[in-house]
Design a protein around this ligand. Structure first.
Ligand code: HMG
Ligand code: MG
Length: 298
């Protein structure tokens, strides 16, 4: 049975833009976030409070967050790798953050410059401070079905890290197929292992579309009871520490599929297409969403 409603977490302004080579002006980022929120998306991941040396594109994180006119009811989570990032995010007005680590040691070293256990240890102080401030914390696990550096990742490895994030107090753990190598078979095996340690209502699917499997993987996850899906408008993005990885599944494609099932998602497709056309135009880029391409030509 499929869920009757699904929550979409839009990650385009963060995951989509973090790897963009050309400098995207702050006002374009702000307008993108505002248009996505106006389309009814309940959570718009807006930026990252990471080292500007590591991710120069998001060096304007504080300004982006300060400038966005927030809609009541919309959440604007931001990524924070360590306490410094958390403090900067809080000072800029963040009310929700996401911490991130990986099921693969090799990937984590390149992404966070430390081991998986070291990254989990750095999250302790964030969890404590977040609790005191009433800030919600989401967790991400990268490379849940495969790693660009170490290859295969077992379902048990992914589940182990998901359990650790859940146990430390993350209200939700998003399982990331960072390089889009998963198929419904491996994604189901991974989620089944995770569901033994984290209740399914606390799990989310974060599928990149490198091998064209993302939508199928999401449908397989929904059939297991997952009800939160991360996606990126126009399929923007990639990961700076996962060479060759393409963007997340396109938000428009997810919305189109959910609507086909009659699953509630709260997103207004025509306003979403406005946001999609806006960012493709600003980047001078063809639209990475097949549904958007088809609908915009009508
Ligand atoms: P490090 O070099 O080990 O950090 O990097 P450090 O603590 O030694 O500090 C080095 C310098 O960075 C110092 O500055 C710090 O002040 C500064 P300096 O003295 O050299 O001038 N610094 C910071 N500046 C701003 N904000 C901060 C911060 N922390 C330290 N928060 C670090 C460690 C975590 C900082 C670095 O590795 C980093 O920023 N990594 C971020 C990588 C990243 O953003 N990756 C992409 C997001 S994850 C993703 O895309 C996957 C996901 O989508 C799911 C999926 O698809 O799988 C979520
Ligand atoms: Mg990602």
């Amino acid at each position: 049975p499929l869920p009757s409603s699904v929550t979409i977490v839009e990650v385009g302004p963060r995951d989509g833009l973090q790897n963009e080579a050309q400098k995207v002006p702050t006002e374009v980022k702000v307008e993108l976030i505002e248009r996505l929120a106006a389309a009814g998306i309940p959570a718009v991941e807006s930026t990252s409070f990471v080292s500007p040396k590591w991710v120069p594109q998001l060096a304007d994180a504080a300004e982006v967050l300060a400038r966005v006119r927030r809609r009541p009811g919309t959440r604007y989570p931001v990524l924070t790798p360590n306490l410094k990032g958390f403090e900067n995010a809080l000072a800029a007005g963040a009310r929700e953050v996401a911490i991130f680590t990986a099921a693969s040691e090799a990937f984590n070293r390149r992404n966070l410059n430390c081991s998986v256990d070291e990254s989990l240890a750095k999250f302790g102080p964030i969890m404590k401070a977040a609790k005191e401030e009433g800030v919600a914390v989401r967790g991400y696990v990268s490379c849940v079905v495969g790693c660009p550096y170490q290859g295969e990742v077992t379902p048990e490895a992914a589940a182990h890290v998901a359990g650790a994030l859940h146990d430390m107090g993350c209200y939700q753990v998003s399982m990331g197929d960072s390089i889009g190598v998963g198929t419904p078979a491996s994604v189901v095996a991974m989620f089944e292992a995770c569901m033994k340690v984290v209740p399914v209502e606390h799990l989310a699917a974060h599928m990149h579309d490198t091998y064209g499997q993302a939508l199928a993987n999401i449908l397989a996850a929904l059939q297991l009871g997952v009800r939160v899906v991360d996606s990126s408008v126009a399929g923007l993005g990639g990961c700076p520490y996962a060479q060759g990885a393409t963007g997340n599944v396109a938000t428009e494609d997810v919305v189109y599929m959910l609507s086909g099932f009659g699953i509630q998602h709260g997103v207004d497709m025509s306003r979403l297409l406005d946001a999609s056309a806006f960012i493709c135009d600003a980047l001078g880029r063809p639209n990475g969403s097949r549904a958007a391409e088809a609908l915009l030509q009508k």
